[in-house]
Design a protein around this ligand. Structure first.
Ligand code: T4K
Length: 389
């Protein structure tokens, strides 16, 4: 039998008329946004630390309870600047189970990302694996709060302190999330957020670094603006990492509807959990509801041996019904270039990364998804696993 024929689409299984994507932007109020853009036109001030960027930075710092928030053009540049400002060089330990930007931000500036394995349960850096990867060339660690679930922050901080390493968090997924009642944004030497269009909170493209370290914040501010300290006075090597006013206008507008987005995300998350409960071989990524959480990512692990269907096949079935499920993070950075060529044997040290990148899938969530859609998606998955009964 040909591969396509095996994925039989039952006539009673719902198919969406239009594609339902993972990562549809959560848009704020259009009129509020346009009013801000109107003011921006009146001021004729478009970028370079304008009033909207300053307002956004202040609001974010307050919300996260952190001394400094520096808005930047995206999280990839934010990671690059933070690594440079902290003086990272040689080797830095990162997970491979992340978006490739985490590794690229280092390699781009000649720092070697060394991949450590993840904890099977939390899907974030395994501190024991981190410890094993440390060499005399190691200068730092970047943990990733994957799906907004916090890393093992206490254990990583203990390693960083004991081994004299800098600790950065890639908090691209974790805006609005907390750990031990403290907002993400306050841990390590610095944390980096992404405000990309696909994120829970967006500024079209954008990002931010948060830190309680005054000196580091000052350095990052200089570095994101070519190293300028006042007119005509360059005191550092720098780049252009600035956020524009129109992006900040979007951010300020989206901030106003954040609670509503969380409510929708949480409602959808609970509907998915309920709708897919009890299916053999399907394990949800669950959130600790005692903490603050953005519930943006709906993630399931598919255990083929028990479910009777592989993750890839299930994603194919979903696609055939216009549900554009994603294989984040497949295949793992260590299997992408240039890392695959640099470290051809790294998979041997990353068993949990290997397994999870083969078994995890993300489903649509956000304000463009309603409970009716979630119900239909669950129906498609139930049929794919249990058969067309
Ligand atoms: N660290 C981590 C852990 C990250 O996840 C990311 C970014 C970064 C660092 C770097 O942050 P930034 O430098 O981007 O600020 C997407 C995003 O582009 C990327 O930001 C994100 N992670 C990653 C997980 O997802 P792709 O290549 O999968 O994007 P793409 O174009 O396939 O879009 C995803 C889906 O979103 C599409 O199926 C359609 C939908 N979409 C997308 C856009 C842009 C829309 O409906 N409307 C839109 O405007 O990377």
């Amino acid at each position: 039998m040909k591969e396509e024929e095996k994925i039989s689409v039952s006539p009673v299984t719902p198919t969406f008329p239009e594609k339902l994507h993972v990562g549809r932007p959560n848009l704020g109020d259009r009129d509020r946004f346009l009013a801000r853009v109107g003011d921006m036109f009146d001021r004729n001030w478009l970028t370079n630390n304008g009033p909207l960027v300053q307002e956004l930075e202040q609001k974010l710092a307050e919300m996260l309870g952190v001394r400094h928030c520096i808005a930047l053009c995206n999280a990839t540049i934010a990671l690059e600047i933070t690594a440079r400002a902290l003086g990272l060089h040689g080797e830095v330990i990162v997970p491979s189970f992340t978006f490739v930007a985490t590794a690229h931000s280092l390699q781009w500036q000649g720092i070697t990302p060394v991949f450590a394995d993840i904890d099977r349960k939390t899907q974030t850096l395994d501190p024991a694996s981190v410890e094993r990867m440390i060499t005399p060339r190691t200068t730092g660690i970047i943990g990733v709060h994957v799906w907004g679930r916090p890393c093992h922050v206490e254990a990583l901080q203990e390693i960083a302190d004991r081994r004299n390493l800098k600790l950065i968090y890639d908090a691209a997924h974790a805006f609005g999330c907390s750990h031990g009642g403290k907002m993400i944004g306050r841990f390590g030497n610095a944390e980096v957020f992404s405000f990309h269009a696909t994120k829970f909170f967006n500024t079209f493209e954008g990002g931010a670094v948060t830190t309680n370290d005054d000196e580091l914040a000052e350095k990052i501010r200089l570095m994101k603006n070519f190293g300028f300290s006042g007119y005509d006075n360059v005191i550092y090597i720098g780049t252009n990492g600035k956020m524009t006013e129109i992006c900040a206008a979007m951010g300020l507008t989206c901030l106003e509807s954040l609670d509503n987005v969380i409510e929708i995300n949480r409602r959808n998350y609970r509907s998915y959990i309920q709708g897919l409960a009890g299916l053999p071989g399907l394990h949800p990524v669950v959130y600790d509801e005692a903490e603050k959480c953005n519930f943006q990512y709906i993630v399931f692990e598919v255990d083929e041996a028990v479910a009777g269907i592989s993750r890839d096949k299930l994603v194919e079935v979903l696609h055939s019904h216009n549900v554009m499920a994603r294989r984040y993070f497949y295949p793992g950075c260590h299997r992408m270039e240039p890392y695959r060529s640099y470290f051809p044997h790294s998979h041997l040290l990353l068993p949990n990364t290997e397994r999870l990148s083969e078994t995890v899938m993300s489903l649509p969530n956000g304000t463009s998804v309603g409970v009716t859609e979630v119900g239909k998606i669950c129906q498609i998955i139930r049929r794919a696993i249990l058969g067309n009964v």
